[in-house]
Design a protein around this ligand. Structure first.
Ligand SMILES: [Zn+2]
Length: 402
C-alpha cells in the first residue's frame, strides 16, 4: 500500500473539511457542533463509534481483518478545541464575526489535526482487511487547559478496543517555528509540565501615610515575586530548567490607601518529575515564609496542570524512521530542545508508550509568520494529506511490528 499517494487523492476532501471545521470553532470540553461535523464524516466508514458522556469526545475503533480479536492495538489522537481569540488572518473561511463562533478561533491548528485524523481513518479503513490488529481514533475536546484527555482516560479510551492500547501517536501543527512540511520531535521530554501558583497575601488595610498602623501586603507580595526567581536560580539544577512567570498581580485601588490584600498568579514549567514536585512544594513554602516574616497571612496553593510530555525512546525512533521513509529523509530532523508549552497528550503517554510529533505548517514566510495562539496564526492546510498519511503509516507499521 502507498498511503502517501492514497492520501494525496483525499487532499481536496481533507482541506475542505479543515476549512469547514475552521469556520465553527468551539472552546472547552463541550463542542457539539464540531462533534456532529466529525460524526458525519466518519459514520460511513464502518467504525465502532461511541461519544463521550462527560465531554463531547468521539472514540472510534477500526477492527483489522487479520487476527480478529487479537493483535496489537494502536491509538491515534487528534484534539478538537479552539481558543477564545478573535481571528484577524483575513482567511475567507474564518468564522463569521457575527455568528455564534465569532469569538473563537482555531488558532492552535486543531482543525488540521481533526482533518488529518479523519484522513487517517479513511486510509486505514480502505486497508482494514490487511491490518493485523485494531486502531482506536481519539477525537479529544478540551486540550487548551481543560484536561480533556483525562476525561477520555476516565471513560476508558485506552481499553476501547476491548484490550489495552499498545502504542499511541499524535501530532501537532505549528504556524511558526518550523518550516512547512518539516516533521520534528525528540526522544524523552518533548514538552514541559505545567502548573499554576496562586497566592493571596492578607494584611490589614489603612491610610497610606501610616503604614505602621496597618499591615501592608504589597511589599511582601512584591518580595515574593522576586524571590521566586531567586528560588529557581539557587535551588534548581541549571541543566534541568524551571520557568516561573508571574502573569497576574493585583492589589489596591489608590495611591494613599494600603489595601487589605494582594493577589498574584504564576505559571510554572518544568522538564523533570523531580523538579515539578520540588518547585510545587518550595514555591508555596517560600511565599508562606516571606508572609510570616512580616506577620501577614498567606494562602498559597500550587495546582498541577499537565504532566511532562515524554516520548518513549523506542517509539520515538520508530516514528522518526517512519517519517523519514514515508516523506523523505530531509523532511525529519531531531529537535534539540523540548518546547516550554504543555499538552495533555502527556496523560496518554504516561499510560502507554508512544510518540508525539510536530509538523511545520506556516502559511507565511517563517520570518514573519505568527505563532500558534495568535489572532494572526495562519496554517497552510496543504500539509494535511501528509499528516493523515503519517498517522496511518505509523499505525500500519506498528500493528505489523506485533
Ligand atoms: Zn494545540
Amino acid at each position: 500500500m502507498d498511503l502517501l499517494a492514497e492520501s494525496t487523492e483525499l487532499a481536496n476532501d481533507l482541506i475542505a473539511l479543515r476549512r469547514k471545521l475552521h469556520a465553527i470553532p468551539e472552546v472547552g470540553l463541550q463542542l457539539p457542533v464540531t462533534q456532529q461535523a466529525l460524526l458525519a464524516e466518519i459514520e460511513s466508514l464502518g467504525l465502532e463509534i461511541t461519544t463521550g458522556t462527560a465531554v463531547s469526545s468521539i472514540t472510534a475503533v477500526l477492527r483489522g481483518g487479520k487476527n480478529p480479536g487479537d493483535g496489537p492495538v494502536v491509538l491515534l489522537r487528534g484534539d478538537m478545541d479552539a481558543l477564545p481569540v478573535v481571528e484577524k488572518t483575513g482567511e475567507p473561511f474564518a468564522p463569521a464575526r457575527d455568528s455564534a463562533h465569532g469569538d473563537a478561533m482555531h488558532a492552535c491548528g486543531h482543525d488540521l489535526h481533526m482533518s488529518g485524523l479523519v484522513g487517517a481513518a479513511r486510509l486505514l479503513t480502505a486497508h482494514r482487511d490487511e491490518l493485523p490488529g485494531d486502531v482506536v481514533f481519539m477525537f479529544q475536546p478540551g486540550e487548551e487547559g481543560f484536561d480533556g484527555a483525562s476525561y477520555m482516560l476516565d471513560e476508558g479510551i485506552l481499553d476501547a478496543a476491548g484490550r489495552r492500547v499498545d502504542a499511541a501517536y499524535g501530532l501537532h501543527v505549528f504556524s511558526g517555528y518550523f518550516a512547512k512540511g518539516q516533521v520534528t520531535a525528540r526522544p524523552g521530554p518533548l514538552m514541559a509540565a505545567s502548573g499554576g501558583l496562586h497566592v493571596r497575601v492578607i494584611g490589614a488595610g489603612g491610610h497610606g501615610s501610616a503604614p505602621h498602623s496597618s499591615k501592608d501586603p504589597i511589599p511582601a507580595a512584591a518580595e515574593m515575586v522576586g524571590a521566586l526567581q531567586t528560588l529557581v536560580t539557587r535551588t534548581i539544577n541549571v541543566f534541568d530548567p524551571v520557568v516561573i512567570t508571574v502573569g497576574s498581580f493585583h492589589a489596591g485601588t489608590k495611591r494613599n490607601i494600603i489595601p487589605d490584600e494582594a493577589v498574584f498568579e504564576a505559571t510554572v514549567r518544568s522538564f523533570s518529575k523531580s523538579n515539578a514536585e520540588q518547585i510545587a512544594t518550595d514555591a508555596v513554602r517560600l511565599c508562606e515564609s516571606i508572609g510570616a516574616a512580616y506577620g501577614l497571612t498567606v494562602e498559597a496553593t500550587f495546582e498541577g496542570e499537565y504532566p511532562l510530555t515524554v516520548n518513549n525512546d523506542a517509539e520515538y525512533e520508530f516514528a522518526a524512521t517512519t517519517a523519514r521513509e514515508l516523506l523523505g529523509a530531509d523532511r525529519f530532523a531531531e529537535l534539540a530542545d523540548p518546547l516550554t508549552g504543555s499538552e495533555d497528550f502527556s496523560r496518554v503517554l504516561d499510560e502507554v508508550p508512544g510518540a508525539y510529533l510536530f509538523v511545520g505548517a506556516p502559511k507565511l514566510d517563517l520570518a514573519v509568520s505568527a505563532t500558534n495562539h495568535s489572532p494572526l496564526a495562519a496554517f497552510d492546510d496543504s500539509v494535511i494529506p501528509d499528516c493523515a498519511a503519517l498517522l496511518a503509516e505509523l499505525a500500519v507499521r506498528r500493528l505489523n511490528r506485533g
